[in-house]
Ligand binder design. Structure first.
Ligand SMILES: *Cc1c(COP(=O)(O)O)cnc(C)c1O
Length: 383
């Protein structure tokens, strides 16, 4: 069975977790601080704050950006549901805009149409690792006096115009869930260039406590903490951070390996006119967190048939990225987004992980071609 994804974890990560446990300090402490410094350094951001996952990262980003009750935030419906949920958590309304059919990222024209006097921010997703046009959205936000928040859950290691994702704007949120390119089990990170945001994020992730455990632990004078506002327990543990430090060292290599596999998919499928492949614009580098293809109207097999036939050959696939507005939790908004709906219904995510042996990539490709060719024969007639 060829899986859809698999985290790249080795003895290094296991050893780091083991060593951390034996230090006796297992929750947020020195390893978290080291991971944050290294992650900030890697992305080129001034600061990084580690949290329990990307959903909590987004929640805190909404709070520090000042989003609250009655505000509107524009985001794609076509994203993992956590994108919209982070807006809902603070009492604001997610306003869903369409995405561009070739990048799966927010459509600038549709976003501008959806700006009202209640709009406070745009939550820009770098979908499945493909950078969105940060400069264009940043200019739009300036024009309408909106905050720009980046949901870079899938985009660790991707870059935009020569700089790593994480360095471009005020609030960028990452995920280290096993389905992303590097993992700490669960985990998240927020990068920011603003010192005031950095300070507040550190407070909010730890119950609003004025002194962190480690400072109190290491102090030789007694310290009494204050809880300066209502915060959360969104901490990452030192065990996770130790794993994250090892993963981060491999990130560029992992991205490079993923890109080689993506290049093989591209090369083999580029001539098929009914398949649309992901495309990188000049200056955009994807980490290919996922490789999603779109089966056009003239495809000889339906998307679901295609997935089933691949599964019959031992190849796991997933349907395209979800559309949040069609999930029960958001159905009451009662909206239609024809482009996003069509994309979800006709796209398929192919297996891609590191290390994926070349013969497996070829097996996936040959199986795909066989399925598509067999069905293309005019002799195949449905009863
Ligand atoms: C995975 C994902 C999230 C949620 O990340 P977690 O770390 O699992 O909370 C949010 N947004 C997008 C776009 C994602 O793909």
């Amino acid at each position: 069975m060829i899986p859809i994804a698999k985290p790249y974890l080795t003895e290094d990560e296991a050893q780091a977790a083991y060593d951390t446990i034996l230090t006796g300090w297992i929750t947020q402490g020195p390893r978290v601080q080291e991971f944050e410094e290294k992650f900030a350094n890697y992305t080129g951001a001034n600061y990084a704050v580690a949290v329990s996952n990307c959903t909590t990262a987004l929640h805190l980003a909404m709070i520090v950006a000042g989003i609250g009750l009655g505000d509107e935030v524009i985001c794609p419906s076509m994203s993992y549901i956590a994108t919209a949920n982070s807006i809902t958590y603070v009492g604001a309304l997610p306003v869903f805009a369409e995405v561009n059919p070739s990048s799966y990222n927010l459509d600038l024209v549709d976003v501008e149409k959806k700006i009202t006097n209640k709009t406070k921010a745009i939550l820009l997703v770098h979908q499945i690792g493909m950078p969105a046009d940060i400069d264009a959205f940043s200019a739009l936000c300036k024009r309408y006096n909106l905050k720009l928040i980046e949901d870079a859950a899938c985009a660790a290691g991707s870059s935009y115009k020569g700089k790593k994702i994480g360095s471009h704007s005020e609030l960028v949120c990452f995920s280290f869930h096993p389905r992303k390119v590097i993992s700490t089990g669960d985990g998240g990170m927020i990068t920011t260039n603003r010192k005031d945001y950095y300070e507040r994020l550190k407070l909010l992730r730890q119950h609003g406590m004025s002194v962190n455990d480690r400072t109190r632990h290491e102090s030789n004078t007694i310290i009494f903490e204050d809880h300066v506002e209502v915060g959360y327990n969104y901490r990452m543990t030192d065990i996770q951070a130790a794993v994250g430090i090892k993963q981060l060292e491999k990130l560029d290599w992992i991205v490079n390996e993923r890109r080689k596999i993506a290049a093989m998919y591209h090369e083999a499928l580029k001539e098929i006119d009914f398949i649309r492949l992901p495309t990188e614009q000049e200056g955009y580098t994807s980490n290919y967190q996922s490789f999603s293809i779109y089966l056009g109207q003239n495809s000889p097999v339906s998307r679901n048939e295609f997935m089933q036939l691949l599964l019959d050959k031992g190849i796991a696939t997933r349907r395209g990225i979800m559309t949040t507005h069609r999930e029960t939790a958001y159905k009451n908004l009662n909206i239609n987004l024809p482009v996003s709906e069509d994309l979800q219904d006709r796209s398929v995510i192919l297996p891609l992980y590191v290390p994926m042996p070349e013969k497996e990539v070829n097996y996936v490709l040959n199986s795909m071609l066989e399925i598509l060719k067999v069905k293309q024969r005019p002799v195949v007639v449905d009863a």
